[in-house]
Design a protein around this ligand. Sequence first.
Ligand SMILES: *[C@@H]1O[C@H](CO)[C@@H](O)[C@H](O)[C@H]1NC(C)=O
Length: 186
Amino acid sequence: MTRVPSVFLFLLLVFLIVLHQSMAAAHHHHHHSIVSETCKHSANGDPNVNYTFCVESLQSVSKSKHADLRGLAIIAARLAKADAKHAKSRVKTLLKAKKMSRYRKSCLQTCRELYSDAMASLRDSVKLIKAGRYGDANVYISSAVDAPGECEDSFKEGSIKSPLVKENHDLFQLAVIALSITSRLG
Ligand SMILES: *[C@@H]1O[C@H](CO)[C@@H](O)[C@H](O)[C@H]1NC(C)=O
């Protein structure tokens, strides 16, 4: 009489443990893969996207583990904006140098302007993504994608070495990643 319920309870317990473990595993797997899957997709779709850089950048934000594609687009745009801000403050420091050619100074001022505009565009793009206006967000992010190249071009035209190669490389990467993710929304 009493054996049947206890066997039943034992089996139920085993079932619940197995269920719990498989759910935890699925949960963990999901967390691991959203960033890498998204970056793989971006790198396959755009030769400019560096997969490793993409994964490292997005993983630097802990929220990315729980994000969906739209959340990752917002995270990427915010990372790009923070990078434009960093680049702008680097230019500010470079502009403090006492001796510099007028040409170099004008390049730095051009880049400062470009970074400011990129920051504003990326800030607006986050608002547009949140409002579901993905096409408009793409336009804003695209203008930020162009900024680092335009900055580099100003130095190239005067045949002087750019002091902002790293800043421009990182900003380009982050903006391209944000663009690639945002263009998949909607
Ligand atoms: C891609 O990004 C990683 C991490 O930033 C870097 O180490 C690597 O050199 C990059 N690869 C290319 C081809 O730029």
